[in-house]
Design a protein around this ligand. Structure first.
Ligand code: ATP
Ligand code: MG
Length: 738
């Protein structure tokens, strides 16, 4: 691009002011969709074109790797040059790059390995055992949380003040042992990446000087979600000298539970010299209906820096609120609706389905699969590929087939039961040597004394557990088998002991698997109406699960619907957005309802969700839902009530709009009374209408009062002469029109 002013085209005056501000510290504080990320990208381009900033002098921090990639592409388009080697990435990826480059100064082996939080946990468990520390008093998850917390605060074991507290002292000692083990093995966890690179720069003045010299400008997107360590890192690398641009929105701070400090915004203003602050107030993303709803919602928070946000865009469609009879119907509504909308113009990638908890994706995924809609899960794993699900499935496979070596290896020591890698090595070797399954190798090795003592006992206990579970399975229904297996293998407790959202999420997923099984035998969710009972059903279920895990992953470039948690949706935008499960207990999450601070964070999360939508937003909830293995009747979320009712419309069935929502519930029957309920042709259902006389084989004669849903799942309320009013599912009720 030759003309530098072209970079300022398509920016409003506040944005232009920010983009072209002289090199210096700049804070852009503004609401969702006001162009913060756009300003960041254009400012980089501007600095390069107008101020001669070298691409190699840029350090830009984004929130996800995907965002980094996107920023790079946008810049390349703006500038018309390749920027493959510029420093654009997440805090973690940039820290990683520093450590790889300067591994010697960082006192790391050249080929150090990054461990994720599962590896980290395994390591901690082993330490507890090696040092004979009581895992009841020091649950591994808590130790893990403690260590990560220390690192986030920039503290090494020697720097933690225990104030003479023995318990804390023990934790610090564990942190110390953990760190020693990592050092010995050349292992680096996520927190370590940041802390280690901070120390690298801090303790090597020459290196620090080099980078301070090198970077001519530092940029940070989503600044409201930086934690203490990231802030300290930023302060160090800039020396508060390197001009720094940060953009953020306090209303979108959603990682407080992971140590993010929204106060970093005011710290930046106070601690970096001469910060110029620009506020952006015009939103370019959403219709005014969506924006007004978002503004109204967030105004219920007390803790705010306060911002205005307006749009001169069209009012757009109202926000649709849909209440399903149950979660299954909610999923069907979403898929039906998005199919309609993508048939008339929208691409599938323009559609996002957002949820609060990962477990909610299962039903949505299955519904999408059944309706042949390609989808991708963004920033997470698909349900049947999740670790905890694969573990249960491995146990279940073993029930059916002891010779399934992959499954046996997967769970022989999950949860930990004292079967070490050496024991597994012995079994694996024997199996390979004699071409026998591991299961056989296990028994042979005990019989001929290859495995003795504790090792022998441990593997026998495992084998007995599998036999026992198999025995127990006889006579149980499919979902009972799965429930039994999760409980008796210790998998539930295993995840329950994990602290925070992650463990909670895994337990929810296990419960969700039981739900899947329950529906499976009812022939409802999968296309398997004759699934059979018990172990026969289990076999069918496992095949289905394998298919769900493998085949349906949309190709990288295939146009597909985007599924993600609300947290992962940050910074993104989509023409059509569904926010699902908008219910008390689910969203706001039950763990947050009690604490005002966390409730406000949930509301910010909802604000993030609402402001992802460009043209159309659906908020859906269900009147009953299977949650934690129980049927619950959640109330609609308080967030629904916090939205101005004139911006909402309630929808029931496809295309049928009733009236603006006034009360949260009820009163929907009116409209349905005028409709007729059409039978589903291929199901050979009778064609009925409200007021029609019908006969039921058991209840006798009656009159149809009301109807809901469609096709085989439609329900009708019939007033019977002798039995009173009853709701019946049309597909099952065998009603004969009179
Ligand atoms: P979030 O808070 O969600 O991260 P943001 O403030 O970073 O949002 P952007 O993603 O930069 O906002 O911009 C939102 C949308 O508005 C984008 O599609 C962007 O291209 C568009 N946009 C921003 N500013 C303008 C403008 N001046 N003219 C036209 N479109 C704009
Ligand atoms: Mg942004």
């Amino acid at each position: 691009m030759d003309d530098v002013t072209a970079i300022l085209d398509q920016l409003n005056s506040a944005q232009r002011e920010a983009v072209s501000a002289p090199q210096g510290n700049l804070l852009v504080l503004a609401g969702a969709g006001s162009g913060k990320t756009r300003v960041l990208v254009h400012r980089i381009a501007w600095l390069m074109q107008a101020e001669g900033l070298s691409p190699y002098a840029l350090l830009a921090v984004t929130f996800t790797n995907k965002a980094a990639k996107e920023m790079r592409t946008r810049l390349e388009t703006l500038l018309g040059l390749s920027l493959r080697h510029v420093w654009v990435g997440t805090f973690h990826s940039i820290a990683h790059r520093l450590l790889r480059t300067h591994w010697q100064d960082a006192r790391l082996p050249q080929h150090f390995q990054i461990i994720d939080s599962d590896d980290q946990l395994r390591l901690i468990k082993r330490l507890l055992k090696d040092y004979s520390i009581d895992a009841e008093r020091f649950p591994p998850r808590q130790v893990q949380g403690f260590i990560s917390g220390c690192k986030e605060e920039g503290l090494r074991p020697a720097q933690v003040d225990t104030a003479g507290d023995a318990y804390l002292g023990q934790l610090v000692e564990l942190y110390h042992f953990y760190q020693l083990t990592c050092e010995r093995g050349g292992l680096v966890d996520f927190g370590e990446l940041l802390l280690r690179s901070l120390e690298l720069l801090r303790d090597n003045p020459a290196l620090l000087a080099h980078y301070r010299e090198r970077f001519g400008h530092v940029m940070v997107d989503e600044f409201q979600d930086t934690n203490t360590l990231q802030y300290a890192w930023l302060k160090l690398i800039t020396g508060q000298q390197t001009p720094t641009t940060v953009v953020g929105d306090d209303d979108q701070s959603i990682y407080g539970w992971r140590g993010a400090k929204v106060e970093n915004i005011s710290r930046f203003e106070n601690e970096f010299p001469q910060v110029k602050t620009v506020r952006l107030e015009q939103n370019y993303r959403s219709t005014s209906a969506i924006l007004d709803a978002a503004n109204a919602l967030i105004s219920h928070n007390a803790e705010r820096m306060g911002k205005k946000l307006w749009t001169d865009g069209a009012k757009g469609e109202p926000i649709s609120v849909y209440a399903g009879f149950n979660d299954l119907e909610e999923a069907r509504f979403i898929v039906d609706t998005l199919k309609e909308r993508t048939a008339t113009g929208l691409n599938r990638r323009d559609v996002a389905i957002l949820y609060r908890s990962n477990a909610q994706s299962r039903l949505l995924e299955e519904t999408l699969i059944r309706q042949h809609v390609p989808y991708r899960i963004y920033g997470g794993r698909r349900f049947y590929e999740r670790l905890e699900i694969k573990n249960v499935l491995a146990y279940l496979r073993l029930l059916l087939n002891r010779d399934d070596d992959a499954s046996l290896e997967r769970v022989i020591n999950v949860p930990t039961r004292g079967i070490g890698t050496r024991t597994v090595e012995i079994l694996r070797f024997r199996a390979r040597d004699q071409s026998i399954p591991l299961w056989q190798a296990l028994h042979d090795s005990v019989a001929d004394g290859t495995l003795k003592g504790r090792a022998a006992n441990a593997v026998l206990a495992f084998a007995n557990l599998i036999e026992q579970l198999d025995n127990d399975a006889a006579g149980l229904a499919l979902h009972e088998i799965i429930e039994h297996v999760t409980a008796h293998t210790g998998l539930i407790e295993h995840h329950q002991s994990e602290r925070g959202e992650k463990g909670q999420g895994r337990v929810e997923n296990l419960e969700e698997l039981v739900n899947a099984a329950r529906n499976f035998t009812q022939g409802d969710v999968f296309d398997a109406p004759e699934a059979g009972e018990g172990l026969v059903a289990l076999e069918a279920f496992l095949s289905e699960a394998a298919l769900n895990a493998g085949d349906h992953e949309a190709e990288e470039f295939e146009d597909s619907v985007q599924l993600m948690t609300l947290h992962s949706a940050k910074g993104l935008e989509f023409p059509l957005v569904f926010i699902t499960g908008v219910e008390e207990g689910l969203f706001p999450h039950k763990m947050s309802i009690e604490e005002p601070g966390r409730l406000e964070e949930e509301r910010r999360l909802c604000y993030v969700g609402v402001t992802r939508a460009m043209q159309k937003l659906y908020l859906t909830h269900a009147e009953t839902r299977r949650l934690h293995g129980k049927e619950v009747f959640p109330r609609p979320s308080r967030f629904l009530r916090e939205l101005p009712s004139e911006l909402l419309e309630e929808v029931r069935m496809r295309g049928q709009i009733s009236r603006p929502v006034t009360a949260a519930r009820g009163g929907l029957g009116q409209n349905l009374r005028q409709q007729s309920v059409e039978g589903d042709d291929d199901l050979d259902l009778p064609s009925l209408h409200i007021g029609q006389a019908v006969e039921h084989p058991v209840f006798g004669e009656g009159v149809i009062l009301n109807a809901e849903g469609e096709g085989a799942r439609a329900r009708v309320q019939v007033s019977f002469e002798h039995e009173g009013a009853k709701w019946l599912v049309l597909g099952f009720a065998k009603l004969i029109p009179l």
